[in-house]
Ligand binder design. Structure first.
Ligand SMILES: NC(=O)c1ccc[n+]([C@@H]2O[C@H](COP(=O)([O-])OP(=O)(O)OC[C@H]3O[C@@H](n4cnc5c(N)ncnc54)[C@H](OP(=O)(O)O)[C@@H]3O)[C@@H](O)[C@H]2O)c1
Length: 388
């Protein structure tokens, strides 16, 4: 790369997106300097990353973790704590990769945009929950969001030739592709017997546990509709879902003249990660390169919205706007956690979210205080439904 060395903050460095981002950075030591990282429970992995990359600032979740990490990394590393620590780290680098999972990633999204940084966003939950607030801070001079989520990264690339007019008048619709998850084609009766190990097997991607479960319920695709609507400032009714089991076409844009533009590669998250941190240059590593000397097929089919009720819930949350997406995402986090802790069966995840959404009353979501209050209410209601 010929651009000057960029500084990078990688928040959520110990997870699936985090470790794949480290892979990209290892290949480009002359182009990027990793200056800040954060993690959750995996403190020894966090310490190892800090040592390998010579990182000077590290974020941890609580005081106890700060003391434990300090013993591992030495006094020359500054350790910051909690959400205020994440917010601080999100302001300190040219490129901020938000690879934290769940609502806990909110301070990273807001902090990076407020500071006018490039936000390489994997953490969809923060954007979905805080969409009206993110839209405001996104206007900060220098602030930019590049989506790491492979579907949105594909759409971002497919929109490159589109009109810059608000609302994308030359675009008929965005087509989000979905692998269909491990239960594509299953009946409701069969889904009632799903086990944790069934749900943790994704057919095409290897990811962290929360998004893997979200992919099995198709809530991930529902969340991605909300994410696309917020990212590209387009109504959710113009975001359609197409099941594509091979996960080679990462998403598409259909223009008003009927032309459909797609982005293709083998499934490999390092490709969208490298795009987001390297843009406008493309890093020449060929992650996910397709081999056209071998024959392969691409299939497309509509999703089964009757069996996978998460999709209708997401479209309804988009229609209601305001704090509805925040409720959907918060209730889903609690339900997924309860499933992973063996408190509820897989078949109850989406019904718990639906019952929480039944109690939502319209709220325009005009401040961070209101977002935290809405998030807390949705979590409390969901907790009440998953605890015996
Ligand atoms: N994985 C993928 O291929 C993929 C693709 C598209 C989008 N995404 C999105 O990317 C985000 C990360 O996904 P992932 O699969 O990488 O998740 P993951 O493997 O579970 O990693 C999550 C990261 O967040 C940290 N973390 C967890 N709870 C935290 C908290 N309360 N405060 C601060 N940090 C916390 C974890 O730390 P510890 O591990 O140390 O506990 C870890 O570093 C999600 O929003 C997901 O939807 C992921």
């Amino acid at each position: 790369m010929s651009t000057p060395r960029r500084t990078v903050a990688l928040l959520g460095a110990t997870g699936s997106i985090g470790t794949q981002t480290l892979d990209v950075l290892r290949r480009e030591p002359g182009a990027f300097e990793l200056i800040a990282i954060s993690g959750g429970q995996r403190l020894s992995e966090l310490a190892a990353i800090a040592k390998e990359f010579g990182v000077s600032r590290v974020g941890v979740v609580c005081e106890e973790d700060r003391r434990a990490l300090a013993d591992m990394v030495g006094a020359h590393v500054e350790i910051v704590v909690g959400s205020s620590g994440l917010s601080e780290l999100a302001r300190c680098a040219d490129v901020v990769v938000n690879a934290v999972v769940g609502f806990a990633g909110l301070p990273v999204t807001i902090g990076a945009l407020e500071a006018g940084r490039r936000l390489a966003l994997a953490n969809k939950e923060s954007l979905i929950a805080a969409a009206p607030l993110v839209a405001k801070v996104r206007a900060t001079p220098g602030a930019q969001i590049l989506p790491i989520d492979s579907e949105h990264c594909a759409i971002h690339q497919c929109l490159a030739g589109s009109s810059s007019a608000p609302g994308h008048p030359d675009v008929r619709r965005l087509l989000l592709t979905a692998s269909g998850g491990p239960f594509r084609g299953w009946s409701k009766e069969r889904l009632a017997r799903v086990t944790k190990s069934d749900a943790l097997q994704h057919p095409t991607w290897s990811m962290g546990p929360k998004i893997t479960i979200d992919s099995s319920t198709l809530m991930n695709k529902g969340l991605e509709v909300l994410e696309a609507s917020a990212l590209f400032d387009i109504e959710a009714q113009r975001v359609d879902i197409v099941v594509h089991p091979q996960s080679i076409v990462h998403s598409m844009v259909e223009y008003v003249d009927g032309a459909v533009i797609a982005q293709l590669s083998e499934p490999d998250m390092r490709l969208p990660i490298a795009y987001c941190i390297g843009s406008p240059e493309r890093l020449a590593h060929g992650w996910g390169r397709l081999d056209f000397t071998k024959s392969f097929g691409l299939e497309f089919e509509p999703p089964d919205r009757e069996v996978f009720g998460a999709l209708d819930l997401a479209y309804e949350a988009a229609r209601r706007g305001g704090a509805a997406p925040a409720w959907l995402s918060a209730a889903n986090e609690i339900a997924v956690e309860a499933f992973l802790n063996d408190q509820i069966p897989w078949s109850k995840i989406v019904p718990v979210v639906a019952q929480v959404m039944d109690q939502y009353e319209d709220d325009p979501l005009d401040s961070l205080e209101s977002l935290f209050a809405n998030d807390a209410t949705a979590r409390r209601l969901a907790h009440g439904m998953v605890t015996p």
